[in-house]
Design a protein around this ligand. Structure first.
Ligand code: PMT
Length: 404
C-alpha cells in the first residue's frame, strides 16, 4: 500500500469501548507513512487517556473546541485544512446523529463541518442501537452526503450479545482508508510544473521580464496535490505562497529554469509548462549598471532553449504546454501542439492588460482555457484559476491514464 504515504489523517475517537483498539490503529497508520493527529471527544477520554494517543501519534491530542493553547498552535480551522482525510473510529450513535444533523458542539463535530477533506466513520455500538430506525436514517443521510461508512461487522459484542455493530478490525479500516485515497486521479504520479515569468538580466538592476504572476501554475500545483500527485514546482520570480506539500525550486532566468527542469525530468511522469519563459535573453549581461550615453542603445539577444519542446521530444513524460495568444488562438495553439509534439496544450486569450482584474490570462485571478490534444478539443469557460486548474488536472489525468 502506497496511498497513505504522507497523508494527513485526523483520527476522531468517540466514547465507545472500541476506543482501545484505536491505539493500534494509530500505530498502523504511522507504519503506512501517514501523519496522524488525534481528536477525542470528552467521553472518549473516559475510555482511553489522551496521553496514550499522544505517545503513539507523536503529537498532542486535541480535545477542546475552545482551547486557547490549541488555537495558538493548531486551531480547529487549521486542523480542518491540514487534514487530507478524517476517520471517526469508533463512531458512536450520538456522533453519527450529530453529523447527520450538522450539530457542531464539540471539536470533532465542528471539524467535520469545517473540512473539505473526505470523512469516513466506523460505527461501533450495540446491534439493537445500530438497527434502530433513527440510526439507520442518520446513516442514510451521511451516505447521501458522501460520508463513507466503514462497517460495522457482525460478531460478539462488548455487551455479551451477538449481532451487527462491531467496529471493523484495524487492518480492515486501514485497507478501506487506503482505497478511499487510491481513487484519486493522480495517485502514485509525479508531476513537474513550471510557473511564473523569467527575468533575463541586462545588468545588475535591469532585466527583460513579463507580466506572469505565477497564479495559474501555483493553482495547478495545488490541484495536482489534491488529486494525489507528488508535485515539484519550478517557479520564476513570483510573490506567492507555496501550496502545502509541494516541493518548490526557485529560479530567475530561462536558463536556470531549463537546468532545474532537466535535473528533475527523470523523476517525473507528467510535465506541465505554465511558465511564461522568455524566448530570448541578452547575449551579454553587464557587470555594472549601464550608463546613459548614446541616443540609441541596442541590446543583442539570443534564443533561449525551448524547455517544453525539449522535454516533449524525449518522449518520456506526458507533456502539457500552455499558449498565451493575443490573436488566432485556435490556429496558434494547434500549431504549437504539433510543432512541440505535445500531448496537450491549454490556450488562453490574453488582452486588455490595463485591467487585469476584469481579464483573463496574465496576472489575473481568472482565466478561460481552450484545451487541445491531437484528437480533440474542449473549452473551459472563464472561472477562477483555482477552479480551472482542478478541471484541467482531471482532463490531464484522464488522458495520461489512456496513454499508459
Ligand atoms: O502566471 P499567471 O499570471 O497566472 O498567467 C498565466 C499565463 C498566462 C502565463 C499562463 O496561463 C500561460 O499561458 N503560460 C504560457 C505563456 C506563454 O507565453 O507561452 P508561449 O506561447 O511563449 O510558450 C508556449 C509553451 O512553451 C508554454 O508552455 C511555455 O511554458 C513553453 N516554453 C516557451 C518558451 C521556452 N523557452 N520554454 C518553454 O518551455
Amino acid at each position: 500500500m502506497q496511498t497513505l504515504l504522507g497523508k494527513h489523517i485526523i483520527l476522531g475517537v468517540t466514547g465507545g469501548i472500541a476506543a482501545y483498539k484505536c491505539a493500534e490503529l494509530v500505530r498502523r497508520l504511522r507504519d503506512e507513512g501517514a501523519e496522524v493527529r488525534v481528536v477525542m471527544t470528552q467521553s472518549a477520554t473516559e475510555f482511553v487517556t489522551p496521553l496514550t494517543f499522544q505517545a503513539l501519534s507523536g503529537h498532542p491530542v486535541h480535545t477542546d473546541l475552545l482551547d486557547t493553547e490549541a488555537e495558538a498552535a493548531m486551531g480547529h480551522i487549521e486542523l480542518a485544512r491540514w487534514a487530507d482525510g478524517i476517520l471517526i473510529a469508533p463512531a458512536t450513535a450520538n456522533m453519527i446523529g450529530k453529523l447527520a444533523q450538522g450539530i457542531a458542539n464539540d471539536l470533532l463535530s465542528t471539524l467535520c463541518l469545517a473540512t473539505e477533506a473526505p470523512i469516513a466513520v466506523a460505527p461501533a455500538m450495540n446491534h439493537i442501537m445500530w438497527s434502530d430506525n433513527a440510526t439507520q436514517d442518520n446513516i442514510a443521510t451521511l451516505k447521501n452526503r458522501h460520508i463513507y461508512i466503514f462497517g460495522p461487522a457482525f460478531g460478539t459484542q462488548a455487551c455479551g450479545e451477538t449481532g451487527e455493530g462491531r467496529m471493523l478490525e484495524t487492518h480492515e479500516l486501514i485497507e478501506k482508508l487506503d482505497s478511499l485515497f487510491s481513487h484519486e486521479s493522480l495517485s502514485n504520479t509525479r508531476v513537474l510544473i513550471t510557473a511564473g515569468p523569467t527575468y533575463e538580466a541586462i545588468d545588475p538592476v535591469r532585466f527583460i521580464g513579463n507580466r506572469s504572476s505565477g497564479r495559474m501554475g501555483f493553482a495547478i500545483a495545488q490541484a495536482a496535490i489534491e488529486a494525489g500527485a507528488k508535485v515539484t514546482l519550478i517557479a520564476g520570480p513570483v510573490n506567492l505562497q507555496t501550496p502545502h506539500k509541494v516541493e518548490r525550486i526557485d529560479v530567475e532566468s530561462a536558463h536556470q529554469m531549463y537546468q532545474a527542469v532537466m535535473s528533475q525530468v527523470a523523476e517525473h511522469d507528467i510535465f506541465i509548462a505554465t511558465a511564461a519563459v522568455a524566448d530570448y535573453s541578452p547575449i551579454e549581461t553587464h557587470d555594472q549598471k549601464l550608463k546613459k550615453s548614446e541616443e540609441m542603445l541596442s541590446i543583442h539577444l539570443h534564443r533561449n532553449p525551448d524547455i517544453l519542446a525539449e522535454v516533449a521530444a524525449m518522449n518520456k513524460l506526458f507533456s502539457v504546454g500552455f499558449a498565451a495568444e493575443t490573436e488566432h488562438l485556435q490556429d496558434n495553439a494547434r500549431k504549437k501542439l504539433k510543432s512541440k509534439q505535445l500531448d496537450m496544450i491549454a490556450a488562453n486569450q490574453v488582452a486588455n492588460m490595463e485591467n487585469p482584474d476584469e481579464d483573463t490570462g496574465f496576472n489575473s485571478e481568472y482565466n478561460a482555457l481552450d484545451v487541445y490534444w491531437p484528437e480533440g478539443y474542449i473549452q473551459l469557460e472563464k472561472a477562477r484559476k483555482t477552479e480551472l486548474a482542478r478541471k484541467l488536472i482531471e482532463l490531464i489525468a484522464e488522458h495520461y491514464k489512456t496513454k499508459h
